[in-house]
Design a protein around this ligand. Structure first.
Ligand code: ARG
Length: 465
């Protein structure tokens, strides 16, 4: 689909004597990236022109022709008849208007009544953002579901919990997996809050000050499914908070995924051997035949850097910009799109990894007992016998030292050996030093005992139901 050259001039050429420099045109065009907004641009234009008709700002016959023309354009873009490949328009708005004019004639020029590209782009981005936030939410949910399924599957399995990357206390594998479920739950809620603030109609702010035409913004909000209408036209065309806060949420998601990724890289290394990634999410080496690399998780870890970069771009872009619209703001789209694309695909990869990873439960279990991980349980056991915690800590420390010199674990000490350390020890100590006993004893709310983790599982299931 082509159109006469005379139509392919900037929308604002009237007050200029000559065309822009070719390099300037290339430098300033946003079409290569904002073409992605075409559907929203057309949807917004249809709502706008219908409102112009309903408010008797334009004759109904004309608004009908324009709306039909816009629907035709959408169908043509949809089926590939019309594409953006060789277009040299300044932006998506100019592209749509040029083709609309070519197809329905000069009446197309009436579409821009009571509107500016400043409120138009603000609208397009909000429509995009609402869809993108919903898409991110469903990707988060899918990953939560994967964690929940694996937590149910391996209920009862034990592995070491770590602090300082040193074995600390044994925990349930389900408990560890659900830790990610709750991180993602907060992310989901943050996305919901971002959605509420994105869900405000900017159209009608016009260039910056509103319009002289008797438009009905509530009607447009209704047609486009916005919950509210923005209260201040100056703020409306200058505001990019909703992009920034959404990208901040995406950055937190990327941060969470990078922690997961790092753990998977550790767990799948032969040194840990806690897990094996499925073939589908591993890659080989071009030189070392034995290698089985966790590239999927390394890339997820690496892509977090990119998302943080997008956030940095966005708020640096808006910092110190005077009110209201400034062309700098055109630079907001690429980082925004990149952040959503990157985080949604990272969530999808993480989900695939979690769904298919094979856990080495024996290895986890034997590591859980190592490193004197039940020492706190021995101290707690003494406390229950009335010994002050500080003293119990001291006595247990001596037991650890004794085991270290004889190269044994706490579970290997005989009752006589315990008694030699302190006469108050009895058979109960064997329960305290076992990993199962240790885990089962941590019944405080939110703790790792199976009864508590069962509760957690039920809460998590209810959230996803
Ligand atoms: N391409 C512009 C952007 O993305 C659209 C708004 C242009 N407005 C203007 N007055 N030049 O921000």
């Amino acid at each position: 689909m082509s159109s006469p050259d005379s139509l392919n001039k900037p929308l604002w050429s009237g007050r200029f004597d000559s065309a822009p420099d070719a390099a300037m045109l290339r430098f300033s065009t946003s079409l290569p990236f904002d073409c992605r907004l075409w559907r929203y641009d057309i949807e917004g234009s249809i709502a706008h022109v219908e409102m112009l008709g309903q408010c008797a700002i334009l004759p109904r016959e004309e608004t009908q022709i324009i709306a039909d023309g816009l629907r035709n354009l959408a169908a043509q873009i949809e089926n590939g008849e019309l594409n953006f490949d060789d277009a040299s328009d300044e932006d998506i708005h100019s592209f749509i208007e040029r083709h609309l004019t070519a197809q329905i004639g000069p009446v197309a020029g009436k579409l821009h009544t009571a509107r500016s590209r400043n409120d138009q782009i603000a609208l397009d981005v909000r429509l995009y953002l609402k869809d993108a936030l919903r898409a991110a939410q469903s990707a988060v949910r899918a990953l939560q579901r994967a964690f929940l399924a694996r937590a149910e599957e391996h209920f009862g399995a034990i592995l070491p919990g770590y602090t300082h990357l040193q074995r600390a206390q044994p925990v349930l594998l389900s408990h560890h997996l659900l830790a990610y479920f709750w991180m993602l739950q907060r992310d989901f809620e943050r996305l919901e809050e971002n959605f509420a603030r994105a869900d405000v109609l900017p159209l009608g702010a016009a260039a910056l000050a509103g319009t002289t035409f008797p438009i009905d913004r509530q009607l447009v909000a209704q047609k486009l499914g916005f919950a509210a209408v923005s209260p201040n036209s100056l703020d409306t065309v200058a505001d990019r908070d909703h992009l920034i806060e959404s990208t901040a949420t995406l950055s937190i998601i990327a941060l969470h995924l990078s922690r997961l990724a790092e753990e998977m890289v550790l767990w799948t290394s032969p040194e840990w051997d806690f897990a094996r990634l499925s073939d589908a999410f591993s890659t080989g080496s071009s030189i070392m035949p034995q290698k089985r690399n966790p590239d999927s998780m390394e890339l997820v870890r690496g892509k977090a850097a990119r998302v943080f970069g997008d956030l940095t771009t966005l708020w640096t872009l808006v910092k110190s910009l005077p009110l209201t619209y400034n062309r700098d703001l055109q630079e907001d789209k690429e980082p925004l799109f990149d952040a959503f694309d990157t985080v949604i695909s990272s969530l999808q990869i993480a989900r695939g990894v979690i769904e298919t990873v094979v856990f080495n439960l024996e290895k986890m279990k034997s590591a859980a007992g190592g490193g004197f991980s039940t020492a706190t349980d021995v101290a707690d056991y003494l406390v229950r016998k009335g010994i002050p915690f500080r003293q119990a800590h001291e006595i247990t420390g001596a037991a650890v030292r004794q085991c270290e010199t004889s190269g044994r674990g706490l579970e290997a000490l005989s009752l006589d050996e315990w008694r030699a350390l302190d006469a108050r020890f009895d058979e109960g100590v064997f329960d305290a030093v076992s990993v199962e006993g240790s885990v089962a004893a941590r019944q405080s709310e939110g703790g790792t005992a199976p009864v508590r983790v069962r509760e957690q599982l039920e809460r998590a299931q209810a959230l996803l139901a």
